[in-house]
Design a protein. Sequence first.
Length: 319
Amino acid sequence: MRIGVLTSGGDAPGMNACLKSVVDMASNLGYEVYAFRRGYRGVISKDYLVLNRDKVRDIFNLGGSTIMTGRSAEFYEASGVAMAAQNLRELGIDMLVTIGGNGTYRGAYELSTHGIKIVAIPATIDNDVYSTDRSIGFDTSVNNAVDMISNIQATMRANERIAFIETMGRYGGDIALYSAIASESDIVLVPEDKKTEDEVLALIKNQLDRGNHAPIVILAEKQFDIRELSARAERELGHESRTVILGYMQRGGGPTLNDRLLAIRYGARAVQLIRDGVYNVALGVDDDMLFTTPIDKAIKFESHFRKDLYDLFKALHSV
Ligand code: F6P
């Protein structure tokens, strides 16, 4: 048995631990592992490494992806998928394990329609793969964000400034919401509950009126131009304001314990599924138990935004 593996989309801390787990379990079962570099681009260009236990010994605690990742425009053309499927067949690859987020899932699904057997593992800091409660990398990114927000909070309080702190998350609000709760920030703005600039200023004014002279606003990216919003807050509320975009710092560093465990469990289970003849599925976790969803269903799941946590935040912060 020869299996392929790749990491695709934005990198996520824990991808390397997951790759190691795939290779370790495959080695134990006597399978060969071909790791494609730069995601689906490596499948299209037949750029791969043959991995074994020795080659992945030291990677489990590294951030990023040692086999590199990427988003391939070519792969999303019908001809690109067909070529990738043909290359996999020519290389004698029986099954492909994909490690990545939504785009990676769509790619895996497309390959499955060309007869390639796949197992998809959710890995993205955004936690917006909706067929699972948790994707690899989310826990680390929230921990990183909370550390940074706490540092910013101290200096904002010392100077009595409003802080607009932008998190990643693409079109989902999970990183913003979880890090706002865990850092005891004052306002959270998520795409799942869109607000106007006027509404945001009213929320901040409310904080100022209640005697909070350093309101911390956590915003998920892609909703506002935070520099403009901050300038407007200064102008209209007469209170000094600063902006911070947390950016790639959230994706940096080695995985947390939770991400390591999740990554190791997903990777090992993917290979066990292959051994058991289960394919064209996406792995997920619910209540700390792993489960599978057919890939054609997994790509259609709607947002699993935690309204209960959002409501809790609002109840605690009276916003
Ligand atoms: O999907 C992960 C993610 O980090 C998003 O949160 C962010 O919008 C995007 O990737 C950034 O992508 P890139 O690395 O291409 O700048």
